[in-house]
Unconditional design. Structure first.
Length: 146
């Protein structure tokens, strides 16, 4: 593996630890810092672990095979076309959902149903996960079709 992967892992972990120290202080952004700490430490440790695993001499040959398979998968013209179609479908889905959402939340605000921003954060989180799941579903469906 590249040394750059190790350095990115160390950088992510260090940033996560910094955010963890900030989260230990009593501030209004404490919960945000906790989330950022987890988002830095978790992937950082995974990167360091992968580097340690794939850098061992007994795993180098398997790693080269894995890289070659990844290169072939990423350059496969059929899969590129399917990823492009999936992106176009998700773009249209997101435009419709966000357009309807803006109208819906304006109505809710005028009626007095929404007063704090917590519901927006939950809504955007649900939209994020829905797009991730929908993208996988659309891609698999297109893969079966073509």
């Amino acid at each position: 593996m590249k040394k750059n992967d190790l350095f990115c892992g160390i950088l992510f972990t260090a940033a996560g630890i910094l955010f963890l120290m900030l989260a230990c202080r009593d501030t209004a952004l404490q919960s945000l810092f906790c989330g950022l700490a987890g988002a830095g430490i978790g992937p950082g440790l995974m990167m360091i672990g992968k580097y340690a695993y794939w850098s061992r001499p007994e795993h180098r040959e398997r790693y080269e095979e894995k890289l070659e398979e990844d290169r072939i998968e990423m350059r496969d013209e059929r899969k590129e076309m399917l990823r492009g179609k999936t992106a176009r479908y998700l773009y249209a889905f997101t435009l419709v959902v966000l357009g309807l959402s803006s109208v819906m939340f304006q109505i809710f605000e005028k009626v007095g149903m929404v007063e704090d921003s917590g519901i927006f954060i939950v809504y955007l989180g649900i939209l994020f996960w829905a797009e991730l799941l929908l993208s996988r579903w659309i891609f698999r469906r297109l893969e079966k079709k073509y």
